[in-house]
Design a protein around this ligand. Structure first.
Ligand code: CAA
Ligand code: NAP
Length: 246
């Protein structure tokens, strides 16, 4: 029987690991990407082999175009057709623009936006041949509203909307949906890196008065990844506790 394969970039991170687990618990063989030499690969590989044997860990750099092309070909050959692509890998390198270095800009744009092109470009050909696919990119509330200290990150995350709405039009008649999910502040290491007093100030502005949980994003990914979600395309799903109502 042909396997349903899902590729989740950043699939061992705070949100990504829960996405990987939820998809694997719902019938997918999941390839969970992480960085080359990732500490998370050592941390989770053994554990996942016991609890979620249908998750394969695959280290590769999402910012490297050629590596992404090769990885997609390898996955299709060794695991089966990629039916779901979740562009989830991302980083922050916050700072006001007046102090931002070129590296801070390039690293964030490469990991958060070039990656979406790199992987979607690679996965799209086979999806078009099969006339089926689900492409889900994890954007951010800060791509919707902007954020002090995040010109780089907000630009990358906002870029995902233009990419998604354009590609959705190109492939709508081919059985492929393309959507974004825009989480608010979700309790992972990315949030824990913010100074505690700033975290508290942010939390106080969230109507539900708490940060979100990775499960609350993974559930949305599962919904959009479903075969029955075929009429949702070019959409953005905001999941932010009411912090920003677009
Ligand atoms: N609005 C207006 N002014 C602000 C401000 C804000 N939100 N935050 C800081 N400032 C002001 C301060 O009051 C201070 O002003 P004065 O100099 O007049 O006293 C000045 O900015 C301090 O600037 P610095 O550049 O010296 O501050 P810093 O280097 O200590 O910190 C920062 C800058 C790193 C951007 C810090 O403000 C910060 O971490 N902000 C939070 C950014 C944020 O929300 N990041 C989200 C990360 S998680 C994520 O990205 C996931 C997701 O998608 C939601
Ligand atoms: P996280 O725990 O830091 O996870 C980020 C993941 O991205 C990690 O698994 C990391 O790999 C991977 N990654 C980073 N650079 C990479 C590269 N060059 N190549 C391959 N993989 C790379 O962060 P998170 O909170 O789960 O964030 C996941 C996504 O959600 C990000 O796109 C983020 O911008 C977005 N988001 C997060 C929040 C939030 O509040 N947490 C809110 C809105 C949007 P390793 O496992 O090797 O470290």
């Amino acid at each position: 029987m042909e396997r349903n394969v899902a590729l989740v970039t950043g699939g061992l991170g705070g949100i990504g690991l829960v996405i990987s687990k939820v998809l694997s618990e719902n019938g997918f063989h999941v390839v969970a990407g992480c960085r080359p030499n990732s500490a998370n690969a050592d941390k989770y590989q053994g554990e996942l082999a016991m609890t979620h044997p249908n998750i394969t860990v695959l280290p590769f750099n999402v910012g490297d175009y050629h590596e992404c092309q090769r990885v997609v070909l390898d996955i299709e050959e060794s695991h089966g057709p990629i039916k779901v692509l979740v562009n989830n890998a991302g980083i922050t390198k916050d700072g006001q623009l007046k102090k931002m270095t070129e590296d801070q800009w390039q690293d964030v744009l490469s990991t958060n936006l070039d990656s979406v092109f790199n992987l979607t470009r690679a996965a799209l050909g086979p999806m078009l041949e099969r006339q089926y696919g689900r492409i889900i990119s994890i954007s951010s509330i800060n791509g919707e509203k902007g954020q002090f200290g995040q010109c780089n990150y907000a630009a990358a995350k906002a870029g995902m909307y233009g990419f998604t709405k354009s590609l959705a039009q190109e492939v709508a008649a081919k059985g492929i949906t393309v959507n974004t999910i825009s989480p608010g502040y979700i309790e992972t290491d990315m949030i824990r890196a913010i100074k505690p007093e700033i975290q508290e100030a942010i939390k106080s502005q969230i109507p539900v008065k708490r940060f979100g949980q990775p499960e609350e994003i993974a559930r949305c990914v599962q919904f959009l990844a479903d075969e029955q979600a075929g009429y949702i395309t070019g959409s953005n799903l905001s999941v932010n506790g009411g912090q920003h109502m677009a």
